[in-house]
Ligand binder design. Structure first.
Ligand code: ATP
Ligand code: MG
Length: 411
């Protein structure tokens, strides 16, 4: 049989990776908890329509990246490429709109058929949050501030920059759209095939093109500013004033658009130069029309998502593992004693590792590898005396402790 390989773009989270991954999730969840956000979990697959109607029929995610299949009942199902659409669907199907604001945090796997590279997988993981209901710019400030706090607690904030833009309201967007069509039409023949299509269907998306040739023209494209309505300007002013008030620095990024169709007003990204082309670590914005467009009530929302793999790579600390006690029984009688002892110690709250085999030297080597605090050696001599040799692995000191006194001795 050929060697079994994982599917391209997927990866196993072995203990070391999982530890970092878990640290990101735990830190984020705790921090979000301080803002009153609670964790929710939605299914990893939904009816395909949940995403086509929200993420956008012409978005890269929907046109090229989605894992879609027909299930045995003939339904078109998609593995979720992002989290917001599922949360919005859950708000509608559970009738949660009666109880606003909703503050939801999530984490879990997402799926996109992309070209795998460092920081870009086909099954990847995100943390994210959604604040649903409030229409005030203070809500945008709150989710950005929570995102910044999370990055800070992960030891990442000083290495990223917050880029901020507004996509305005619908009226401003239509005016801007017309301006972009006019501008890019002049270079139509020189645009990538994708962008030629975007020009017809969703010209804003050209601004987000990763194609080098397109980017030359994007550089000089008109910016949104001159097309913004007064209302949209006021809203954005509220966001920037709020960020100024709490001292969150940002750069205005007039051509920043997001890869998903549903954003209005605020959009933002925390970006880094540390991860090559995969520079966005956290991204989000306001999506006031989304829930209404899905057939739900007309309620506003703002949120963000961040890639856990990218955050893990940048994590500013090494997550701690509980340092165990290691039991080293030598001989059959000692093994029985160790079995009992391990059981008692764990009941008392200790982390206890039993190596199962090998001579004293091998077992002590393993204890060191596990960064054990102490090795508890039970040899024949010790057993005969009713004691254990307790070796402090940091100081190297060893003492005999009566078995009956061991639990008390170890605290
Ligand atoms: P990019 O421009 O890098 O493709 P995106 O605009 O598609 O990102 P979003 O859809 O906004 O990203 O997702 C939010 C975050 O999720 C990204 O900033 C990134 O950290 C992470 N992310 C997105 N796609 C992937 C992927 N294929 N593998 C790993 N992480 C990803
Ligand atoms: Mg993408």
């Amino acid at each position: 049989m050929a060697q079994l390989q994982p599917v391209r773009g997927t990866h196993d989270l072995l203990p070391e990776d999982e530890r970092r991954h878990r640290a990101v999730i735990d830190t984020a969840r705790q921090t979000a908890g301080r803002y009153g956000f609670e964790r929710v979990e939605t299914p990893i697959f939904e009816f395909t329509e949940v995403f086509t109607r929200t993420v956008g029929e012409t978005s890269d995610i929907v046109t090229k990246e989605m894992y879609v299949f027909e299930d045995r009942g003939g339904e078109s199902i998609a593995l979720r490429p992002e989290g917001t659409a599922g949360v919005a669907r859950a708000v509608i199907s559970n009738g949660l709109a009666q109880n606003l604001p909703l503050k939801m945090f999530y984490n879990g796997p997402m799926f996109r058929y992309e070209r795998p590279q460092k920081g870009r997988q086909r099954q990847f993981h995100q943390i994210g949050m959604e604040l649903i209901g409030p229409t005030t710019p203070l809500a945008d400030v709150e989710v950005i501030s929570c995102g910044a706090d999370i990055l800070d607690n992960l030891g990442i904030l000083s290495r990223v920059q917050l880029e901020l833009n507004t996509l305005g309201d619908i009226a401003s967007r239509n005016a801007y759209r017309a301006a972009l069509v006019e501008y890019f039409s002049a270079f139509r023949d020189k645009l990538s095939e994708d962008s030629k299509l975007r020009l017809e269907k969703n010209p804003l998306r050209i601004l987000d093109s990763k194609d080098e040739g397109d980017r030359v023209f994007v550089k000089d494209a008109p910016t949104f500013e001159q097309y913004l309505s007064n209302e949209a300007k006021d809203f954005f002013g509220g966001v920037t004033r709020g960020l100024d008030t709490i001292g969150i620095p940002y750069t205005l990024a007039p051509r920043l658009v997001r890869g998903l169709d549903y954003y209005t007003h605020t959009c933002f990204e925390f970006v880094t130069t540390e991860l090559g082309a995969q520079g966005t670590v956290m991204a989000g914005g306001r999506y006031d029309g989304l829930i209404r467009d899905m057939g739900g009530p007309d309620i506003a929302g703002v949120g963000w998502a961040a890639g856990i793999e990218r955050l893990s790579m940048m994590l500013g600390f090494e997550p701690e593992v509980a340092r165990p006690l290691v039991l080293v029984p030598l001989g059959e009688a000692a093994e029985t004693e160790a079995l009992k002892l391990a059981h008692q110690l764990r009941k008392a709250g200790h982390t206890v590792d039993v190596g199962f085999s090998g001579n004293l030297k091998k077992r002590l080597m393993r204890a060191n590898k596990l960064k054990a605090t102490k090795a508890i050696i039970l040899g024949e001599d010790e057993l005969a005396k009713g004691v254990a040799a307790v070796r402090d692995l940091d100081s190297g000191e060893q003492a005999e402790v009566a078995l009956t006194d061991l639990l008390r001795h170890l605290g």
